[in-house]
Design a binder for this molecule. Structure first.
Ligand SMILES: [Zn+2]
Length: 426
């Protein structure tokens, strides 16, 4: 046999995922003398889709190659394949994405389309050189992926109102902050969906376009075909829309574009790598934006993370410890009588979790916040003001969702470096 699933006793592996994957590989095991790379590649992608994986990794090691899939934000090791099969798969996807097939000395990115079971898929492909050979990462984007409504992303009613009020005013800048994979893009699309019903011009500049939306002009950066980020920005500004969506503020150029657009009567939505809502101010300062410019342009800063949502079909009650109880009360949330923990059933493939839920922190800037920014106030000062004016932290929102049985106490660890409760064991 040429493949083996990783034994379930090596941790990190969801046994049922490994078992199902093992079966797939067996079905696709080829007669010894036939090339089968394409079949195996298709099987990997279609399985990734079945499990609703967002990413598929093929990672060469010293001895063999590991296949991993990201499901609900966690990477699961699902199989080990021979190094030579791994190499063929990497080459297959490089050809599909029209990338240079010689061994690369640096990371390369590409796009490919694939027909999987009648469904057109957009694949975002990254190949990175490692000491053991090339590592392949595939981000799976379903071009017809449903765009969630604002009331479906997990945001509380009052926070949704802050965003809707901003949309109605058509001015300044709304930023969604968080690390990669924190659901920022879904939030922007949910906001665009609100705007679709209104008679206003909307243009987006994305890299790449992740969901297609009717009635909205979507521009995709494509450096290979000659549409650079700078060209695309100029094209976008010429269209003079009411709302501009810039996929990401990632350098001084995009930061200044955003500030300029927001200062010239257009409303701008974008995402930013920042730890929390007030961290957006620091990030913009680091890109060379002046305090007075930030103060004039920034209207709303949203921070968000995704936590795994407990499978409601199999979750089980668990006792709440006194330390956990204290975490709730410290944050002004009444502690629940009990908490919930994952079990595992057929519906959730034994993981105990079913999809993810957003946790949010929404900071609507007022006059005093603007004054603080102009005077160069640091993050702790801005944080203090935001909290005093009713902005709830990511942790507080996450604790409310934990109390409601939507997620677990252990998931709070995913909030990153933000202040966390002392006892975050299940
Ligand atoms: Zn379940």
């Amino acid at each position: 046999m040429i493949h083996r699933a990783i034994p379930a006793n090596e941790r990190q592996i969801e046994p049922r995922l490994a078992e199902r994957f093992h079966k797939t590989l067996q079905q696709h095991a080829p007669p010894a003398d036939l090339p089968f790379t394409e079949e195996l590649a298709m099987a990997l992608v279609s399985d990734a889709l079945n499990w609703k994986a967002s990413d598929l990794h093929v990672e060469p090691g010293a001895v063999d190659t590991r296949v991993r899939m990201r499901v609900d934000g966690l990477l699961h090791d699902v199989a080990v394949i021979p190094t030579v099969s791994g190499r063929h798969i990497v080459t297959y996807f490089k050809v599909l994405a029209q990338m240079d097939t010689s061994a690369l000395a640096r990371a390369e990115h590409g796009h490919a389309r694939m027909d999987a079971g009648g469904m057109q898929l957009d694949l975002r492909i990254t190949v990175v050189p490692t000491p053991n050979g090339e590592m392949l990462g595939i981000r799976l984007l379903d071009g017809l992926r449903a765009v969630l409504r604002l009331d479906e992303i997990g945001m509380s009613g009052p926070e949704q109102s802050h965003l809707r009020n901003w949309l109605a005013e058509i001015q300044g800048m709304l930023l969604v902050c968080g690390p990669v994979g924190s659901g920022k893009t879904s939030t922007l699309y949910a906001l665009l969906r609100e705007l679709q019903r209104q008679p206003c011009g909307i243009v987006t500049l994305e890299d790449p376009v992740e969901s297609l939306m009717d009635g909205i002009t979507q521009i995709e950066v494509n450096e290979k075909r000659g549409l650079t980020f700078s060209d695309a920005i100029r094209a976008m500004l010429r269209l003079d829309p009411d709302f501009l969506l810039l996929g990401e503020i990632r350098d001084p150029e995009s930061a200044h574009t955003a500030i300029t657009a927001a200062g010239s009567g257009q409303a701008l939505l974008s995402t930013l790598h920042a730890r929390d809502s007030v961290g957006a101010v620091t990030a913009l300062r680091n890109y060379g934006v002046k305090n007075w410019e930030i103060s004039a342009a920034l209207e709303v800063s949203v921070a968000q993370r995704l936590l795994r949502r407990l499978c409601s079909r199999c979750r089980v009650e668990t006792e709440i410890t006194s330390a956990q109880r204290e975490s709730f009360t410290t944050h002004g949330i009444s502690a629940p009588a009990r908490l919930w923990k994952p079990a595992g059933c057929d519906v959730c493939a034994g993981t105990g979790f079913d999809g993810r839920i957003g946790v949010f922190e929404v900071w609507r800037l007022d006059t005093e916040a603007r004054t603080l920014i102009v005077h160069g106030a640091d993050e702790p000062a801005l944080r203090k003001h935001a909290t005093a004016t009713g902005s709830r932290t990511l942790l507080a929102d996450a604790l409310e969702k934990t109390a409601a049985g939507l997620t677990t106490f252990a998931e709070l660890r995913r909030l990153g470096r933000q202040a966390q409760p002392a006892d975050s064991a299940v």
